[in-house]
Design a protein around this ligand. Structure first.
Ligand code: SF4
Length: 227
């Protein structure tokens, strides 16, 4: 994996590579990781458009690649229904959820803590239980295709170079099902109390509107995930 890690791409490739070259690059990254990690390569599937694109790519590499979904009590009903459809279609997807009692309105009073309990904690359970050594997903907080997240845990970001338009292009060309909330105008999906439709250019501007976390991340990509 070191060889792959050292090849983290320069930013200009976002504009230089064609759509097909990006798809080939993404498949090669996943193939390399699967060759190295085998069953310990597991896709973190948030059920958003980026995740379903990564999931579809992974399935092109090997149908057996496993995945996990972290869900919360606050996910919109459409997301829960979409999740159930995905689990029926892909039994190799496991679901993790933290049902412990939390203070009322924690998503307003302390959204970082709320995400820590409802998203980061079950992600740690998934990594532990599924024996994950390499997880795939997309993050906007850094610029690495491969990074060591924690000791013994790599993070692969196979669609790092893709623009939002190219993600939609891939999904349309491959007839990949997406969460029906996109048809209502949402561009980035999360829990119901923390997700709004906006007209802002920033794709994530509708997340945690009115809080210090606005446009940010839930912490899965930034907090330690392994002891
Ligand atoms: S997105 Fe909102 S409701 Fe969901 S875990 Fe984070 S703060 Fe809580």
């Amino acid at each position: 994996m070191n060889a792959v890690r050292e090849k983290n791409p320069p930013a200009y490739l976002v504009d230089k590579l064609t759509f097909n070259e990006k798809v080939e690059r993404s498949l090669a990254l996943i193939e390399n990781a699967y060759r190295e990690f085998g069953d310990a390569l597991v896709v973190a599937n948030s059920l958003g458009k980026d995740s379903v694109a990564v999931w579809h790519l992974a399935k092109q590499v090997n149908r057996a690649i496993r995945g996990f979904i972290v869900t919360t009590r606050f996910k919109p009903k459409e997301t829960k229904e979409f999740m159930n459809e995905q689990i029926r279609a892909y039994p190799e997807l496991r679901v993790y959820k933290n049902d412990e009692k939390i203070p009322k309105d924690l998503y307003n009073t302390d959204p970082d803590r709320c995400c820590e309990l409802l998203k980061v904690k079950p992600t740690r359970w998934a990594i532990e239980e599924m024996g994950v050594r390499c997880t795939e997903g997309r993050t906007s907080t850094d610029y690495k295709e491969v990074e060591q997240r924690d000791l013994g845990l790599f993070k692969l970001n196979p669609i790092l170079l893709w623009k939002e338009r190219e993600v939609w292009q891939y999904l349309a060309l491959n007839n990949v099902e997406v969460n029906p909330l996109y048809a209502r105008g949402y561009r980035s999906l999360g829990c119901a109390p923390c997700t709004k439709i906006t007209t802002d250019d920033n794709e994530r501007a509708g997340r945690w509107v009115g809080t210090s976390k606005c446009g940010g991340e839930c912490g899965i990509h930034t907090r330690p995930l392994k002891a």
